[in-house]
Design a binder for this molecule. Structure first.
Ligand code: KMH
Ligand code: ZN
Length: 279
């Protein structure tokens, strides 16, 4: 069992999969993203997991836009800015590696290839090593994304062969309920929590459940000592037949569950201290 500190709440507001046409409330411009970030921070989020869009609201890894996004979020919030190095399933490895050039404090780093709906989210071993090593060299703190149980064994192998990440602390995010990955169930989360015990002492985890697994995963994570990720990247339905109004609605609900579990949301400063991200 993880030690029961307060809760790190990550907001993943945009993602690469939902379209602005289908989901008009999705933040896709820098102004929309910054406003969302400020409001989510006020509600208890401490990390923002960022995917960006181009002028036509399509997913992009454009280096200039990424740099402007990091600068815009830093200027307006104290949130830990975590850029997605996952991008969209169509993004080439070179563009995904170049995300690190935008100088984020954190970046995601996925621990294996997984079927992803109708697509394939490719993460070759050599690519994983390259991402991990570049992040070590640049002092960027990774969040290891885990879509299936075996990817925790891959993380163990990575750390054994290539050493601890920048900051020395290991943090993983369980992305559950992706069609092709592990299910968003308590049983799967408990299996991951057990496997995390084989990682370096003090390893922390957050969890997110895609679609209707959002609430079961949130409750399971809180009760197992894990942290939370929520946002319109993962969930656009608030309840049966009710669309999500905004990312703020999801963060407010997560903060409420965290309070009920007597694991209040951590401030950005507290989250930085826990995860080894410089202030
Ligand atoms: N959009 C997915 C293909 C990440 O951000 O690192 C990958 C993803 C994971 O969302
Ligand atoms: Zn993502």
């Amino acid at each position: 069992m993880q030690s029961m500190t307060g809760t790190v709440i990550t907001v993943a507001p945009t993602g690469a999969e939902n379209s602005k046409t289908d989901v008009p409330a999705l933040p896709v411009t820098l102004d929309e993203l910054v406003l969302t970030a400020k409001e989510c921070e006020a509600l208890g989020a401490s990390i923002i997991h960022v995917h960006i869009r181009d002028a036509d609201a399509r997913p992009t890894l454009d280096p200039g836009r990424l740099r402007d996004t990091v600068a815009g979020l830093r200027e307006s919030t104290d949130l830990i800015v975590q850029l997605s190095s996952g991008g969209a399933v169509t993004d080439p490895e070179s563009d995904r590696l170049a995300v690190l050039d935008a100088g984020p404090e954190m970046a995601s780093c996925t621990m294996g290839t997984v079927n992803f709906g109708d697509g394939v989210f490719m993460n070759r071993w050599e690519f994983i090593v390259e991402l991990h090593t570049r992040m070590q060299e640049r002092g960027i703190v990774p969040e290891y994304e885990i879509f299936d149980l075996g990817q925790l064994a891959t993380l163990q192998r990575l750390l054994g062969k290539h050493g601890l990440p920048a900051g020395g602390h290991v943090h993983v995010d369980l992305v559950m309920g992706v069609p092709g990955g592990m299910p968003g169930t308590t049983a799967a989360l408990v299996a991951c929590e057990q496997a995390i015990r084989d990682l370096p002492a003090g390893t922390t985890f957050s969890a997110t459940g895609i679609g209707r697994s959002t609430i079961p995963v949130m409750l399971a994570s809180l009760s197992a000592g894990g942290h939370l990720r929520v946002g319109m990247e993962d969930t656009v339905t608030y309840a049966k037949g009710q669309s999500v109004d905004s990312n703020m609605q999801l963060v407010a609900r997560a903060a409420g569950f965290a309070e009920l579990a007597q694991r209040s949301p951590l401030t950005t400063r507290e989250a930085r201290a826990l995860l080894g991200v410089p202030t």
